[in-house]
Design a protein around this ligand. Structure first.
Ligand code: ARG
Length: 458
């Protein structure tokens, strides 16, 4: 028991299964770099208040550098008693620079402020990396939308054909969602990036360590203003997992649309071979597995979020071991989101669209609203126009013709205010071009959206 950090007051041996149950090293070693950096800066803080000499500090530095190389090259050898990354690094430091000096690095520090610090550094860096690849994903969507601006397709509500839109407008819709996710990340990173270091186990550092100095050294933008909050707060994990869940929700809807568009019945898009798989039985099959996994993994990420919320609720203040349960859902969520962004980027940059199928899916009844708008321009109140246009749709349906195939006489029989020019309404491109308002389907409006999105990424 004396081999353990906390072994002094213990006499009995622990249950080996308890050791396994308790250990977090298998997954928290991901944070080794943050842990070493935290110790490096903490020791600078100790040196500032004369708890370490210059020489001792440089020995610590030397040792930490060796350990960093060991982790990076995969040569770090974990020992049976290495409970977690903090224990493992401190044990190793003692082996390299001697226990006399290594035994001082934890002065006034607790694994409680240490783990919170490591986690915040790790999450901050992970979110910055995610933001980077998310920005690239959005750029790919925007570029594609600019290139294929002339392609028309049906827009849907209730998955029923509604009104004609541009394919680029659909792309821009998701780029808009993802841009909000991108901006939301900036706000979350700001809240993550607050320093708990120097809070000790819960009550603060007894030798007046300069917490602002520690924060600055670790790239934090401020310190957490209460030591109890500093060690007990895992809201930054919750927020990260919430963000991940919401992002994956967007990814899931995006994927679902594309899965539908890739069916034989729609045929709007075809995935590249790189993101499809075949069937072991049916030779003709090409399945959109990439999209189905993107959709499916949204459930997994939400599970991480919901699960950790349950772990966190009802934990009394301040640190309790329940909090170690933040790591696996967090790391799994971050990795899943990272891979999902990369896969979604691959999918959208390589899929082929079938412009003809998209255009051919447009049907004249989708211009019924435009027929109503035609009458609005003749001064008829919209409610009445809607009703009249509805009658036109019904007549066309009853006589088994497309809406534009009704004769002028038939139109005039329904309402005398229809004029010779009614047939000019039946033009999909014109319908789309009429919607020039901000956020509308007109080419100018879509291009403006795309420009605006690009600006928000910088
Ligand atoms: N491995 C622990 C965790 O991840 C580190 C903190 C341990 N603190 C403690 N008081 N036991 O939460």
């Amino acid at each position: 028991a004396e081999l353990r950090l906390w072994g002094g007051r213990f006499t009995g041996a622990s249950d080996p299964l308890m050791d396994l149950y308790n250990a977090s090293l298998p997954y928290d070693q991901k944070m080794y770099a943050a842990d070493l950096e935290g110790t490096r800066v903490f020791c600078q803080g100790l040196q500032k208040i004369n708890l370490l000499t210059e020489h001792e500090l440089s020995e610590v530095d030397r040792g930490l550098t060796v350990i960093e190389k060991e982790w990076a090259s995969g040569t770090f050898v974990a020992q049976a008693n290495d409970e977690d990354i903090h224990t493992a690094n401190e044990r190793r430091l003692g082996e390299i620079i001697g226990r006399d000096i290594a035994g001082k690095v934890h002065t006034g520090r607790s694994r409680n402020d240490q783990v919170a610090t490591d986690m915040r550094i790790y999450v901050r860096e992970a979110l910055k990396d995610l933001q980077d690849i998310l920005g690239k994903f959005i750029s790919v969507i925007v570029t594609r939308a600019q290139e294929e601006i002339d392609v028309l397709m049906p827009g849907y509500t209730h998955l029923q054909k509604a009104q004609p839109i541009r394919w680029s407008h659909w792309l821009s819709m998701y780029a808009t969602y993802f841009t909000e996710d991108y901006k939301r990340l900036t706000q979350i990173i700001e809240r993550v990036n607050q320093s708990p270091l120097g809070a000790g186990a819960l009550a603060g550092h007894p030798y007046g360590i300069d917490r602002e100095f520690l924060a600055q050294g670790l790239g934090f933008s401020g310190v957490i203003g209460n030591s109890l909050t500093a060690v007990s707060d895992r809201d930054f994990v919750v927020e990260t997992l919430f963000w991940s869940s919401l992002f994956m929700n967007h990814i899931s809807r995006f994927s679902e649309d594309l899965i539908i568009y890739s069916t034989g019945e729609f045929g709007f898009i075809q995935l590249a071979d790189a993101y499809s798989t075949g069937s072991s039985l049916m030779p003709q099959k090409k399945n959109p597995d990439s999209l189905e996994l993107l959709r499916g993994k949204s459930g997994r990420v939400f599970g991480n979020f919901a699960g950790f919320m349950m772990s966190l609720k009802s934990i009394p203040s301040t640190y309790n071991k329940d909090m170690q349960e933040d790591k696996e859902p967090l790391f799994d969520g971050l990795t899943t989101v990272e891979h999902s962004i990369l896969i979604a980027t691959g999918v959208i940059s390589t899929l082929n669209i079938n412009k003809k199928k998209m255009f051919d899916a447009l049907t004249m009844d989708m211009l019924a609203t435009d027929v109503a708008d035609y009458l609005v321009r003749k001064g008829v109140p919209f409610r009445e126009c809607h009703h009249i246009s509805g009658e036109c749709v019904r007549t066309a349906e009853e006589t088994n013709v497309a809406l534009n195939e009704l004769t002028l006489e038939q139109f005039k029989n329904i309402d005398s205010r229809f004029g010779d020019d009614i047939h000019e309404t039946f033009d999909f491109e014109m319908s789309v071009e009429r919607r020039t308002c901000t956020g509308g389907t007109a080419k100018s409006a879509v291009l403006a959206q795309l420009e605006n999105l690009k600006k928000q990424l910088n």
